[in-house]
Design a protein around this ligand. Structure first.
Ligand SMILES: C[S@@+](CC[C@H](N)C(=O)[O-])C[C@H]1O[C@@H](n2cnc3c(N)ncnc32)[C@H](O)[C@@H]1O
Length: 304
C-alpha cells in the first residue's frame, strides 16, 4: 500500500470509524450501492405501498407551499428517483429549481438526469459536498432568490446521527421552507425487531458494498461482521453496524440507526422542528415526515 493510503487507514483506525460518505464516493461504490438499493431497499420490496407513503408527503409539501418559484434541495440525493417523483407531483408551469447535493459526483449527475427526465422545465444545479461540514445555505442554493425551499432529506437519518442531521436542517431551513425527511424505522423495540431488520444489512449485495469501501482503503481482506446493539435502555433506538477487523483493530464501516415510530415526534421537537405531517408504512419499517422550523427571533434565522 502507498504511504498516503497507509496514512489514511492509520488515521481512520485511530478514529475507529470510516466516514459515511466514503461508502458512496470511492470508485465503483455508487454502482454497488445502487445494486444493493435495488435488491434490498424497502422501495423495492413493497413498491406501491411505499410510493404512496412518499407521494402523500410530497403532495402535502406542495400544498403547504405558496405559489411562486420553488427550489428543492436533495441533501444526499442518491440517484434522485424520489426527488424526481417530488417534481412530477408539482403543479405544471410553477417555476422550479433542483439542487442535487451529495458526496458522490456520480450520484449528483444521476440525480440531475433523473429530475431532468421527469420535469425538463426544472433548472438543475449540482453540489458535491460533505453533510458533516456543509457549506452555508446561500452556497448550497446557488445564485439568485430562493423564496421557497424544500429540503429533501430522504433516507439520510439512519446513517448520519440525529444529533448532527436534525440541528443542521433546523439551521438551513427558514420558517417558509418545508423539510421532507424519511427514515427507516423499527417495527418493534430492540431486540424483537432484529430478525426482520438485520438481514437487510447482512446479505451479498450489502457485503459487496462494505467490502468495496474496505478495498478502497487497501484493506480488502479484512474480516467483516454485521452486528447490532440497543442505543437506549428501552430499545426504542438501536443500531445495526458493519465492522471490520483491520490490523487487529475494530473499524466501523457502516451503521444504520432504527427508531420506533413513536420516538420520532419527540426527536424532532427536541431539535426545533415542528411536525406537520407523518406517514408511517403499515409494516412500521419506514416513515416520511413533513417538518418546518419554528420561527426564531434574531439573526440566527438568516445564517448558515
Ligand atoms: C441511503 S442513500 C439515500 C439516497 C436518496 N436520498 C434516497 O432516498 O434514495 C444516502 C445518500 O447520502 C449520501 N451521503 C452519505 N454520507 C454523506 C455525506 N457525509 N455527505 C454528503 N452525502 C452523503 C450518499 O452518497 C447517498 O447518496
Amino acid at each position: 500500500m502507498s504511504d498516503p493510503a497507509q496514512a489514511r487507514l492509520t488515521e481512520l483506525l485511530a478514529a475507529g470509524r470510516v466516514p459515511g460518505r466514503l461508502l458512496y464516493e470511492a470508485p465503483g461504490q455508487a454502482e454497488r450501492w445502487l445494486a444493493y438499493h435495488r435488491a434490498w431497499a424497502p422501495a423495492g420490496r413493497a413498491a406501491s405501498t411505499l410510493a404512496a407513503l412518499y407521494d402523500a408527503a410530497f403532495e402535502a409539501a406542495w400544498s403547504a407551499l405558496d405559489a411562486g418559484p420553488v427550489t428543492c434541495v436533495g441533501l444526499g440525493c442518491g440517484g434522485g428517483a424520489k426527488d424526481a417523483r417530488f417534481f412530477t407531483l408539482g403543479p405544471a408551469g410553477q417555476p422550479a429549481r433542483y439542487v442535487a447535493a451529495d458526496a458522490s459526483p456520480e450520484l449528483v449527475s444521476t440525480a440531475l438526469a433523473a429530475v431532468a427526465a421527469a420535469r425538463p422545465d426544472v433548472t438543475g444545479h449540482g453540489v458535491v459536498f460533505d453533510l458533516m461540514a456543509p457549506p452555508p445555505r446561500g452556497e448550497l442554493l446557488g445564485p439568485g432568490e430562493h423564496p421557497r425551499v424544500v429540503w429533501s432529506c430522504l433516507g439520510i437519518l439512519p446513517n448520519v446521527d440525529a444529533d448532527h442531521l436534525l440541528p443542521l436542517l433546523a439551521r438551513l431551513a427558514r420558517p417558509r421552507d418545508a423539510v421532507l425527511l424519511s427514515t427507516n424505522l423499527s417495527p418493534a423495540p430492540y431486540p424483537d425487531a432484529v430478525p426482520r431488520i438485520v438481514p437487510q444489512y447482512d446479505n451479498d449485495q450489502a457485503r459487496a458494498w462494505y467490502q468495496g469501501a474496505l478495498a478502497a482503503l487497501g484493506a480488502a481482506d479484512a474480516r467483516l461482521t454485521v452486528g447490532h446493539r440497543a442505543l437506549t435502555p428501552s430499545g426504542a433506538v438501536w443500531r445495526v453496524e458493519a465492522t471490520a477487523e483491520v490490523a487487529g483493530q475494530r473499524l466501523e464501516i457502516f451503521h444504520s440507526d432504527r427508531y420506533l415510530p413513536e420516538a420520532m415526534p419527540a426527536l424532532f421537537a427536541q431539535h426545533g422542528l415542528t411536525l406537520e405531517g407523518a406517514w408511517v408504512a403499515e409494516d412500521r419499517e419506514e416513515g416520511t415526515y413533513l417538518l418546518r422550523v419554528t420561527d426564531r427571533p434574531g439573526p440566527a434565522a438568516s445564517s448558515t
